[in-house]
Write a protein that binds this ligand. Structure first.
Ligand code: TMP
Ligand code: ZN
Length: 404
């Protein structure tokens, strides 16, 4: 068994997926060498943190070729506008407030603070996306965040009133070093909030495709509360978000006298009821995942054997786990349509399905489309009304395989 990355206690296994390539490791040629690692997820019975058993070096995932661009979804653009408005409210009574965002990606959130002339800094180690943010005029520090980065920032800008991060905290293996940094960077009365896919939603929907190299942790209120305590902070509030298949925003304060909101107490009892903190409670999750994968492959094979073309929609990082674990490759899926320029005309990691531009899908509708970007279902179904009106069908798979 492994060792907990938070508290060093012995971990217990939840599920193993076997050898897996890097989720965003799109390749230019099918003969390219691919790095593989063992994808397995464990839980720590002492601090309740659900985590990967084997991790990949950060610079293999977050580098000058990072393929994930936040502004590819209209819903996400709106979502981050909401985050910026919330921050603007929090700092409204401060004189010259300073906001730091960890993992600012292309500046989808910070652009609103820039336009409101609020002092800000984005910390972003992936050079290509950091450049997109810089092009907008956003101030960016191209680095990984830890205590020495925090010291540098404080020297240049002073301490922050707000530190935030979306879909970044769960990416950082040395999460204790991030909290050390937060303690340096955040003002004593400041607020630190972040959001990531929520373990409760993953278990409820069996959405195991959230499990991949970049997601080192699968947070719950219970595990974040323990983590905060280890760093003399307190989890004071939680707010559920519909994005990314169900996320949770956690609000932390340094001030330990702060009262915990009723929302936190309610969510804690929900998590305990679902036994998210107990290693033995994940048997049903494993069974559900295996059932979905088998059912999905059988459904697709049947459609294929009947002579149907099948496309994929959205070459998501998540789909690397789904496709590799289910054994779904180019013999079943003809191509995957995606709007991210860096993914187009490449091949999916491990399964080698060609990624084609959106026009490919739009100009010659396939009868069936596997909705790999299921977390954007509402937006995509709205956008693809014409496809469905002309008889095209989407296939979704969480919590069960459905053709719609
Ligand atoms: P995500 O699930 O990690 O947010 O990634 C979504 C992927 O789906 C990303 O590669 C962009 C792609 N995408 C499309 O191709 N068309 C769309 O309409 C949307 C919303 C996403
Ligand atoms: Zn632990």
């Amino acid at each position: 068994m492994g060792k907990c990355k938070v508290c060093s206690h012995k971990t217990e296994s939840i599920m193993s997926f076997g050898k897996m390539p890097i989720a965003n490791g799109f390749i230019s040629s099918v003969s390219d060498d691919e790095f593989v690692y063992e994808l397995k997820v464990d839980i720590c019975p002492a601090c309740f943190m659900v985590q990967l058993g084997e991790t990949v070096k950060p610079d293999m995932m977050f580098n000058e070729n990072y393929h994930f661009i936040s502004s590819t979804s209209l819903v996400m653009i709106k979502h981050f506008e909401g985050v910026a408005s919330e921050i603007t409210g929090i700092i409204s009574s401060e004189k010259s407030p300073f906001v730091a965002e960890l993992g600012c990606n292309d500046g989808v959130m910070l652009q609103h603070l820039l336009s409101r002339k609020i002092r800000h800094l984005g910390v972003e180690p992936s050079k290509n996306v950091a450049q997109l943010a810089k092009n907008k005029g956003i101030e960016v520090l191209e680095d990984f965040f830890n205590s020495s980065t925090a010291e540098n920032i404080v020297r240049r800008h002073g301490q922050a009133d707000v530190v935030c991060g979306s879909n970044v905290m769960c990416h950082i293996e040395d999460i204790n070093s991030v909290f050390d940094g937060i303690n340096i960077l955040l003002k004593d009365n400041g607020i630190f909030f972040f959001e990531d896919p929520y373990l409760f939603d993953i278990v409820k929907k069996s959405s195991f495709d959230q499990i991949y190299d970049e997601h080192v942790y699968y947070f719950s209120g219970l595990s974040i509360s323990e983590l905060a305590k280890r760093h003399s902070m307190k989890l004071v509030d939680m707010a559920h978000q519909d994005v990314h298949g169900g996320s949770m925003r956690y609000y932390l304060k340094k001030d330990n006298s702060r009262v915990i909101s009723d929302r936190v107490k309610e969510l804690f009892s929900k998590e305990k009821e679902c036994k998210l903190h107990e290693p033995d409670s994940y048997t049903k999750f494993r069974d559900n995942v295996n059932h979905i994968c088998k059912d999905l492959k059988n459904t697709l094979l049947k459609l294929k054997k009947a002579g149907n073309r099948i496309a994929g929609y959205g070459a998501t990082s998540k789909s690397t786990t789904l496709l590799n674990y289910s054994g779904i490759g180019p013999e079943i899926i003809d191509y995957i349509s995606d709007i991210t320029p860096t993914k187009i005309n490449k091949y999916t990691p491990g399964t080698h399905i060609p990624v084609k531009p959106y026009e490919f899908f739009k100009t010659d509708y396939p009868p069936y489309t596997l909705l790999l970007a299921w977390n954007h279902e509402k937006e995509i179904l709205e956008k693809e009304k014409d496809y469905r009106e002309k008889g095209g069908k989407f296939i979704t798979f969480f919590p069960e395989v459905t053709i719609k």
